[in-house]
Design a protein around this ligand. Sequence first.
Ligand code: DLL
Length: 434
Amino acid sequence: MIWNKERECMSRQELRELQSKKLVRMVEHVYNNSPFYRARFDAHGVHPSDIRSIDDITKLPFTVKKDLRDNYPFGMMSVPMSDIIRLHASSGTTGKPIVVGYTQQDLSNWEECVARCLTAYGFSKNDIIQVSYGYGLFTGGLGAHAGVQKIGATVVPMSSGNTQKQIQIMQDFGVTGLCCTPSYALFIAEEIAKAGIDVNKDLKLKIGVFGAEPWTNSMRQELQNKLGIKAYDIYGLTEISGPGVGGECECQNGTHIWEDFFYPEIVNPDTLEPVEPGQVGELVFTTLDKWGMPMIRYRTRDLTSLNYEQCECGRTMVRMSKILGRSDDMLIIRGVNVFPSQIESILLEFKQFQPYFLIEVDRIDNTDTFDIHVELMPDAYSDQISVYMEYTKALSSRIQSVVGIRPSIKIAEPGSIERSTGKAKRAIDHRIFK
Ligand code: DLL
């Protein structure tokens, strides 16, 4: 099913015309109402009159996370605070949080985007959907919540944590859809198995809506098997609105970006020039219909590629490949780039190990150390140390062949690697403090 066929399936030419019209309007809005953007445009030597169509977008300057931090809390708003009816914030790991304000119209557009995603996953008003993303300043909970209500399904506003209760409610209420981070879904699946619940007989769960952190297709397979569901990707970020900037369709062949609301570009993060079509680079968004706090050419730091070929589902909106990671999550170890998502998919090939891991990097005697903590599956325990050595050797060799450097595999106590109820922490880099 398609929530808004007129928009989601519009011809590329009509879409471009709509984007052009909306960009011109947005640029005028920010120039006239945001002291930040007026100063930024003036310094860049660009005026709204230079922007006549979407093709002119590259004339505009970029916006980065530091701009939001420097203007904490409300310096990026483009409407009076009396028109802002909701605030969200993203904490990040360092520095001040970034704050986003929404007008009534912004919330309604956001809902529309989440409704498109949920409908594409196969939900309808007959579903009961448990939202186990955190509610609060994080956009996950309330964002998904509004989308569920918009399609007329029943929302169960659980928020994250209290896993036993999550499972009980899932069972008692006959929940058909689960929205949470993929790492929390994995933890829920582990607890369901421990409780001896049969996902096919005792639960009605059929669809998972997973996002807010990178996850691989191997993890999709793992979650689908363990929870007896079809697992779909939902993408978004606070700065651009929250969950639902894009979502997968039934073809699961890329995440459709709702381009009538968010204009995506892929640039080379070093030169900031557009990459060749289909190439991986940094994703940049311009909001085309967001009034409280619009973003012009916002550099997300997310690394991905875009595919403009039409999808078999009939939607014409561009498809984004799975996010490889954020450029800030990339570890450079002995000169080699390592993404936690690469480790995730390799680890899932090994049935002796649990699907949880923690990368720990340090610098000792001027050399980078690269440890990966993993846990064994209960049936992989043995009295013989040689068995463990065989497992760890096989895993480190496989990682070396894919990533290019050999980690030291450390077997952790069962259950000692943190089970996350939100975004998982996959790496600790002690070098930052040295
Ligand atoms: O994570 C919004 C969200 C909530 C998306 C619930 C999906 C579901 P932030 O906390 O601002 O917002 O973090 C945004 O998370 O730039 C990506 O690096 C990452 N991210 C979000 N969705 C995905 C995804 C929310 N589906 C940052 N795949 C983004 C990979 C994702 N990474």
